[in-house]
Design a protein around this ligand. Structure first.
Ligand code: PLP
Length: 405
């Protein structure tokens, strides 16, 4: 843990991306020349529109009236007693469309409209970001096209229906791995063909600068609310946990606490079913530096430089890259990243259901499992867990896995 305040402030200065969009050595803009102008336009838009008072009011009103913010902070008395800690859950599962992704989607949809975009393109893996993007674009009145790997279209049929019902066009991507990675490639390809009229809405704190910064700023509402809710009642937590896929819910929660030196912060990754190649998606804790989707961060690749297929029981964590700010936070030691297995996550999900009457998303169950592991060594501590989403979407997987009725 970092306890020296001056040192902490020095380190955190590195979290405002520099002009090249770097967090320490990570981040940046590794894109074809054809996209540079669009990214620069977006950067100008962030400066002139996104940071304007008028846009701030517009976004705040939508977050309250449409998304349903602030989301609750729930004391989990029974689960906490089981683990021997004082446990609090930040309830992003209560946000509109069932997860934190809507915070980002509505913010970017509003920004796209204000910047004069004629249409929005987005990618989706399991369909959660696609649903949030479709809903936000409908609300804002901008047409939306969602790229989704053909394999995922098969696996996630209900979400495809949801997106279409919300007015989005869903395009099945038949190239590459036919999952999220290929969908991102296709969305970017579409954007390149019309970078002026099309706005690319990325779904996590990844991609070329300024996306990791923009997504973090939109998700930081989670951490701001959670800190105010805790400080207004019981005080700061001793430890904060969030699951890390691309890293957007985690970076949003963490930003509320990074400057509080007594708060330990943990990013929990998908340990899947083992430590071997392709068996997990633990990008920060087990990956190596490299470039994917326009940003320099940590990645999972083999000795030939081939990006690894990943595995996780939770589709939302199944991505071989991670936001560059997380790679930096790991390097400077402000946040500790570790992985929990599919089985640990499933067990934590089960306990949360029965003890608290809350069915968390499989992704969020990883944060719970990470917190439980830490709780064993830290009895009596005050613990905050980011519950990034609700588990209704995971019912088909849970049913297929069987086990508890
Ligand atoms: C998509 C998703 C995640 C993973 O994405 P991050 O960008 O890492 O937050 C986590 N939880 C839920 C519920 C999701 O839908």
């Amino acid at each position: 843990m970092i306890t020296d305040r001056a040192t902490l402030e020095d380190l955190l200065a590195g979290l405002l991306p520099d002009e090249a969009g770097r967090f320490g050595p990570y981040g940046g803009r590794f894109v074809p020349e054809t996209l540079m102008a669009a990214l620069t336009r977006l950067e100008d838009g962030i400066r002139d529109v996104f940071h304007s008072e008028r846009f701030g009011h517009l976004l705040s009103a939508e977050l309250v009236d449409w998304v349903g913010r602030p989301t609750a902070l729930t004391r989990a008395r029974t689960l906490g007693a089981e683990w021997g800690v004082e446990l609090y859950l930040k309830r992003e599962d209560l946000a509109h469309t069932g997860a934190h992704k809507i915070n980002n989607a509505i913010g970017q949809a509003l920004l796209a409209r204000e910047l004069g975009a004629r249409r929005v393109v987005a990618e989706t893996g399991a369909g959660q970001h696609g649903v949030a993007a479709a809903a936000a674009c409908a609300r804002v009145g901008v047409p939306c096209t969602v790229y989704m790997g053909a394999v995922d279209v098969q696996r996630q049929a209900p979400n495809v229906d949801r997106m279409r019902r919300l007015g989005a066009e869903v395009v099945a991507v038949e190239t590459g791995d036919q999952t999220l990675r290929a969908a991102i490639d296709e969305a970017i390809r579409d954007w390149v063909s019309d970078p002026e009229g099309t706005y690319y809405m990325i779904g996590s704190a990844i991609g070329p600068h300024p996306y990791p910064y923009l997504v973090r700023e939109l998700q930081a509402v989670i951490g701001r609310e959670a800190r105010a809710q805790m400080e207004g009642t019981v005080g700061l937590p001793d430890a904060v946990f969030a699951c890390v896929g691309g890293g957007s819910n985690a970076i949003g929660l963490f930003h509320g606490f990074l400057d509080a030196p007594t708060v330990e912060i943990f990013g929990v990754e998908a340990g899947g079913r083992g430590e071997g190649l392709g068996e997990h998606a633990a990008t920060v804790s087990r990956g190596r530096p490299g470039v994917l989707h326009g940003t320099y961060s940590r990645l999972l690749y083999d000795d030939d430089g081939q990006i690894q297929e990943t595995h996780s029981v939770s589709a939302g964590l199944d991505y071989p890259g991670v936001g560059p700010e997380h790679a930096f936070l790991a390097d400077i030691g402000r946040v500790t990243y570790f992985a929990v297995s599919d089985d640990e996550a499933l067990d934590a999900l089960d306990r949360c259901c029965r003890a608290e009457g809350i069915l968390p998303a499989l992704e969020s169950a990883h944060a719970l499992a990470g917190a439980r592991r830490w709780a064993r060594e830290n009895p009596g501590a005050r613990v905050l867990v980011g519950l990034s989403g609700r588990g209704d979407k995971d019912m088909p997987i849970l049913t297929a896995l069987g086990g508890r009725p």
